[in-house]
Design a protein. Structure first.
Length: 69
């Protein structure tokens, strides 16, 4: 079984049809112990909502690379 305990991951999501799989990937990463932060491009928001990703990650979702703190 994969263990990601203590790992910090930045998940970048762009505007493609594959973006709809991001919540599933996010849940798997967190289930395996990773701390995940999410960045969305504006076009990715056509496929997945920031509120879904922030709820799953328990972190705010950034919509541009200049907002990352």
């Amino acid at each position: 079984m994969l263990t990601l305990g203590g790992k910090k991951i930045l998940l970048g999501i762009s505007g493609s049809i594959a973006a709809y799989k991001a919540p599933f990937l996010l849940r798997l990463l967190i289930k395996n112990g990773a701390e995940v932060k999410v960045v969305l491009t504006p076009s990715a928001m056509d496929f997945v909502t920031p509120i879904t990703l922030s709820t799953l990650s328990k972190n705010p979702v950034n919509s541009s690379f200049t907002e990352i703190k």
